[in-house]
Design a protein around this ligand. Structure first.
Ligand code: HEM
Length: 304
């Protein structure tokens, strides 16, 4: 029996407090071998045992570099037009590097090395620096990541494509930059903020029964299919300056439909047409789907 493939280690690096998000669009025309060499060079820029890089590719880039097989369900991000005028734009790019680590100096050096390696073959489409804010709070003041799977097995079940499926050992990935309107948010009394999120702010307890609105963030995203929870593994991080700030939403999943169903539910593209109340306080300004191949598949892709 063959061994299961190895997910890229950085996906599960929960010790990290600093992050760098780099998304690239490949220049055209560009030689395939040159692109592979650049990504390989970026991948080798591993400076410290406390930092890691997860490399993901968009559907078109994957098809260009590995025409022999496609990870199951991978498509480009499709923009969403919500029922009340909210939009989730697609800014689909080709290669995504997610750097995480304990020291900002190391994370920043890694980002610089990656950019140095990539700039001959690709244009930078998005860069953002993320950070851990207090005890894993989002800038709206609520803890983010609470309902994430906790054990190694549950994390893998949620985040990694199962054995026997194309792309096994890899993950489907959703990255989205969200810009918050914190003035509007802070003008809201805490009990109303709690109704928007679906959890209490101080004790971080999920609202129950009639106290949980249908249009809270939790109600719109805690979805089940045939009675089974469609869990994803979120690794989002706050970002920003005093002027523009928000959340770099990042999640790993075993199937893409988990992301698309949650997004459709948030934007009211469901039978009940209700939108996630969070959309009135935060706006998606980017959106891409990616595939983070298993370590073995990434190595094969870059060296063949
Ligand atoms: C402005 C952007 C967002 C903010 C500030 C935000 C914040 C939060 C917070 C505070 C929680 C509750 C604590 C927790 O379990 O982590 C949560 C839960 C969750 N969020 Fe988000 N989120 C955002 C966007 C998204 C998006 C785009 C998705 C999916 C596509 C998503 C999926 C989820 C899921 C699945 C849960 C857990 C639901 C449960 O099982 O209880 N979030 N989010």
């Amino acid at each position: 029996m063959s061994h299961p493939k190895t997910p890229q280690a950085g996906i599960f690096n929960e010790e990290a407090s600093h992050f760098y998000f780099l998304e690239y669009r490949l220049k055209k025309p560009c030689e395939i071998q040159k692109i592979k060499k650049a990504i390989l060079l970026a991948k080798s820029a591993f400076l410290d045992a406390t930092a890691s890089v997860v490399i993901s590719l968009g559907a078109q880039a994957w098809h260009l570099l590995q025409p022999e097989w496609m990870p199951e369900t991978l498509v480009d991000f499709i923009p969403l037009y919500g029922k009340q005028g909210h939009q989730a734009p697609s800014t689909q790019a080709d290669v995504f590097f997610w750097v995480s680590g304990q020291e900002i100096s190391v994370v920043f050096d890694l980002a610089l090395e990656i950019h140095h390696a990539m700039q001959s073959v690709a244009e930078l489409a998005l860069q953002e620096r993320g950070f851990k804010y207090h005890q894993n709070l989002d800038l709206i003041g609520f803890e983010d990541g609470t309902a994430n799977p906790k054990t190694e097995v549950l994390k893998r079940d949620a985040a990694v494509i199962a054995k026997g499926h194309a792309g096994e050992g890899g993950s489907l990935v959703l990255s989205q930059k969200w810009v918050h309107d914190l003035d509007k948010w802070h003008a809201l009394p805490v009990h109303c903020q709690e109704a928007v999120v679906g959890r209490t702010k101080e004790e971080n307890i999920e609202l129950e029964g009639d106290a949980m609105p249908d249009d809270s963030h939790i109600s719109r995203t805690d979805l089940k299919r045939d009675g089974v929870s469609m869990k994803i593994y979120r690794r989002s991080a706050p970002f920003g300056t005093v002027t523009e700030k928000g959340l770099m939403f990042l999640a790993f999943g075993c199937e893409l439909v988990r992301f698309s169903s949650q997004l459709e539910s948030m934007y009211g593209l469901t039978e009940d047409k209700k939108i996630d109340q969070l959309l009135n306080f935060s706006k998606a300004v980017s959106g891409s789907y990616w595939f983070a191949p298993a370590q073995e598949d990434l190595d094969a892709l870059l060296t063949e």
